[in-house]
Design a protein around this ligand. Structure first.
Ligand code: GLU
Length: 438
């Protein structure tokens, strides 16, 4: 259990960018966490000031010729939070809610994520504010190529390496790699990870985030002395993370009683037939609402979050678990497959209720771990078997989990605080030994 320490927000050495929007968003959540942890670690105020702002930010206006001949201009961002531990690393997201503050927050989470699982990358994130579901494939292709060209000045295999995130996939990564290769005049496949395998993508990358979530849950169950066969699970979000996690946990013997996507949710106290649902999804796309079977009830996303389960896996978007629903959550364990699914207020409520929360920066690190393995394979021009990739992933996830769990026990703090404290300590130590240029 976490020790209650009275903490006043630490004062940074200098204030952040003047005039930034003051709404309560993920960046507020992430920065409040940074301030809290800086205070607990007794960080030098100058190092705290470095960590609470991104190293570099690029905002671009991306004109795209739409299929009907109109020109539409989209807002795009690439934020590099830190390159202290290595090249910046982080995904590219296409979503109507993308903005600069979201990219800042997600970039900082990437810094802590890479540090907590010990891979030699810093953190970045980018995205375009758009709704790809309303766009044709060729419009998304042109958007991707123009956006890539506009952020290319700060990208590079030794500078900043994008990857998939919400609503982007191996095809989008292929367009990015092709665009950079055309502009540079030679093949630069190592500019992105999460590529299709024939272009140098890694075996196991597509499933890596969901597999990492399943590995982490297995470790939690081990620590609690519980068996998968006695464990019921609900998964919010049935995209690349949620669907893979649900399928692997189902194979391990957990009972998946609830799942949901943007269209709604499905619930069955006797356990859902995940293989049958996956077939439906393969044919109909991510429209769980249309799936029908006896014994299966339709539920809303909110009902899914508060359903009667042992384990909840939020694997959709940020700020889904909030002050207004945290008290109603019945799961005893939460594994954060999404980035930032829990608000600060909700986190306090969950902690006071002794709910075990494995934080995003550890729970969903499987994706970037295999991105690292893909980058290593690309640089070596030597490719591994899938079993070798999965073994490396498992080792690194278990090591990260053990370190965070043991540190949390030792310091009497939650897993989230423990993960942040470990990660920020590692980055702060690296700043100390590197020194401040010049
Ligand atoms: N978008 C993923 C994440 O949030 C993967 C990032 C990467 O592989 O670089 O962790």
């Amino acid at each position: 259990m976490e020790q209650q320490v009275a903490v006043s927000p630490a004062k940074p050495a200098s204030e952040f960018i003047v005039g930034e929007p003051r709404q309560h968003d993920l960046w507020d959540t992430v920065r409040a966490q940074i301030d809290d942890v800086a205070h607990r670690l007794n960080l030098d105020p100058g190092i705290h000031a470095i960590l609470r702002r991104p190293e570099r930010e690029l905002t671009v206006s991306v004109p795209v010729k739409m299929d009907d001949g109109r020109i539409e201009v989209f807002a795009g961002y690439r934020v590099q939070h830190s390159s202290i531990l290595g090249p910046c690393k982080g995904g590219i997201r296409y979503h109507p809610d993308v903005d600069l503050n979201e990219a800042r927050a997600l970039a900082a989470l990437m810094t802590w994520k890479c540090a907590v699982v010990g891979i030699p990358f810093g953190g970045s994130k980018g995205g375009v504010q758009c709704d790809p579901r309303q766009m044709s494939e060729s419009e998304v292709c042109r958007l991707t190529r123009r956006f890539t060209a506009m952020i290319l000045p700060i990208l590079g295999p030794k500078r900043d390496i994008p990857a998939p995130d919400v609503n982007t996939n191996p095809q989008v990564m292929a367009w990015i790699a092709d665009t950079v290769s055309m502009l540079e005049g030679h093949s630069v496949m190592e500019i992105v990870t999460g590529k299709p395998v024939p272009l140098g993508g890694s075996l196991g990358r597509a499933e890596a985030t969901g597999r990492g979530v399943a590995i982490i849950l297995t470790e939690v169950l081990n620590r609690l002395g519980r068996q998968p066969s006695d464990t019921t699970v609900a998964v919010q979000g049935y995209g690349n993370v949620g669907s893979v996690a649900a399928s692997l946990l189902d194979e391990m013997g957990c009972k998946i009683v609830g799942i949901s996507d943007v269209s709604g949710g499905l619930y069955s106290p006797r356990g859902l037939d995940i293989a049958d649902i996956n077939q439906h999804v393969a044919h109909r796309g991510y429209l769980l609402k249309e799936y029908q079977s006896s014994d299966v009830e339709s539920i809303s996303n909110d009902e899914l979050l508060t359903s009667d389960v042992d384990v909840l896996i939020p694997a959709a978007l940020e700020h889904q678990i909030r002050a207004d629903n945290a008290a109603a959550i019945r799961a005893g364990v939460i594994i954060e497959g999404a980035n930032g699914p829990t608000t600060r207020e909700a986190d306090d409520i969950l902690r006071d209720r002794d709910i075990i929360v494995v934080p995003d920066i550890l729970a969903n690190a499987g994706g970037v771990v295999v991105s690292y393995l893909e980058w290593v394979q690309n640089l070596q021009r030597f490719f591994w078997e899938e079993a070798d990739v999965n073994l490396q992933l498992e080792r690194r996830m278990i090591r990260g989990f053990d370190e965070v769990w043991d540190y949390g026990q030792e310091k009497q703090v939650s897993l989230r605080l423990g993960a942040y404290m470990l990660a920020m300590h590692r980055v702060a130590t690296a700043i100390g030994v590197r020194g401040i240029f010049p």
